[in-house]
Design a protein around this ligand. Structure first.
Ligand code: PLP
Length: 378
């Protein structure tokens, strides 16, 4: 491929910080770099507590444990999302109840949530697609009226905000990802954020194999022992060191991505005006983070042809998701509430274009040109 879909971000200090961790002879979890990453996330999101995890998937598992999700507890979520939004809850016996998305932002339609609530509903899990915030005011209001928890799958939403409030710290919990496809990355990694202190001690315990080791290190107890079921959800210092180098450069990364996003968006304005394609919708009160740039073709067939055309020019685009409710596990473990008006239809015509920190304008111009060529819109 001449132009890849993604190149993991690399800013220059990653290896130096890893070397530092090695020389400090501190490479297991919860060392200085992890603490610095946690603090950075707390400062940027305003969350009372942030804990680096081994992935966003694991942060979601932690959320399910903290909310005490058990067999047949229902969790309302979009079907148009990555599998990890659902996995943590299903592992605990929870039932994902999928609702349709809005065709404009591709986020869960807040107007469809209330009718999906039953006496078994425990939580609403939102996913901020492309780093564009869901309608959090309406969603938090529904949750409050029905006594439900709100978990934000903020995997794509680092540094993005809704009405001035950072995503990931509006609901009770936020789950972030630092996978290599995300804006900030350490290969595999994530974070759990807690809006308030309520779950902080328990979160620290379940992340450290169900022990009070952290309290022990703080001198709060004189022996540490097994006090709750838990797992090992903390990443090594090597990952944290790599990630912290990118956190220090996060504003540059964000600015660069936003610049590239705007270039795509301007380049496709005319095609969008003449109805050939659709461009992303970002409500004016949502500050996004240019996690992705996508266009929407008119239908599945047209998208297929466009993908083939781009591949023939050695450009790698990407499409996603197979809606969870029509996937094998989704059929087994979840159910769709209401009508699938947009989830399947919109997922079949959305196409993501190459978008990454190191993408050059030259390469981006090539992508733009090839898309325009395909539509005879050069
Ligand atoms: C990337 C992603 C995840 C998973 O993140 P990992 O860190 O790989 O576990 C979960 N949800 C969404 C919406 C994602 O985009």
């Amino acid at each position: 491929m001449k132009i890849n879909f993604n190149v993991p971000p690399y800013t220059g200090k990653e290896l130096e910080y890893i070397k530092q961790a090695v020389e400090d002879q501190k490479i297991c979890g919860d060392g200085d770099f992890t603490a610095r990453c946690n603090r950075w996330i707390e400062e940027r999101t305003g969350a009372a507590k942030a804990l680096l995890t081994t992935s966003c998937t694991h942060a979601t598992e932690m959320s399910a444990v903290l909310l005490n999700i058990g067999p047949s507890d229902e969790v309302i979520m979009p079907s148009y999302t990555f599998v990890s939004t659902a996995n943590g809850f299903v592992l605990r016996g929870g039932v994902p109840v999928f609702v349709d998305i809005r065709p404009d932002t591709m986020n869960m339609d807040e107007n469809l949530i209330e009718s999906a609530i039953t006496e078994k509903t425990k939580a609403i899990v939102v996913m901020h697609y492309a780093g564009v915030g869901c309608e959090m005011d309406a969603i938090m209001d529904i949750a409050k009226r029905h006594g439900l928890f709100v978990v934000e799958d903020a995997a794509q939403a680092i540094m993005a905000s809704y009405k001035g409030r950072p995503l990931g710290a509006i609901g009770d919990m936020g789950n972030f990802s630092f996978h290599e496809t995300k804006n900030l990355s350490c290969g595999e990694g994530g974070a759990l954020t807690l809006r308030d202190e309520r779950w902080a001690d328990q979160a620290v315990i379940i992340r450290e194999k169900g022990t009070n080791r952290t309290l022990y290190k703080m001198g709060k107890v004189d022996k540490y022992s097994w006090i709750a079921p838990g797992s090992s959800w903390l990443p090594s210092e090597l990952n944290a060191a790599y990630l912290f180098a990118q956190m220090e450069m996060a504003d540059f990364i964000n600015e660069r991505r936003l610049h590239l996003w705007e270039r795509y968006n301007e380049a496709f304005a005319e095609m969008s005006d003449s109805g050939l394609i659709e461009r992303p919708t970002v409500p004016e009160y949502c500050k996004h983070n240019a996690h992705m740039y996508y266009i929407k073709c008119r239908d599945f067939e047209e998208r297929k042809a466009l993908i083939e055309y781009l591949l023939s020019k050695e450009i790698l685009p990407a499409s996603h998701y197979i809606p969870l409710h029509s996937s094998k596990a989704g059929l087994l473990y979840g159910r769709f509430h209401g009508e699938d008006r947009y989830t399947t239809k919109e997922s079949e015509r959305l196409l993501r274009l190459p978008m990454y920190y190191a993408l050059t304008e030259e390469d981006q111009d090539e992508v733009i040109l090839r898309v325009k060529e395909f539509y005879n819109a050069v």
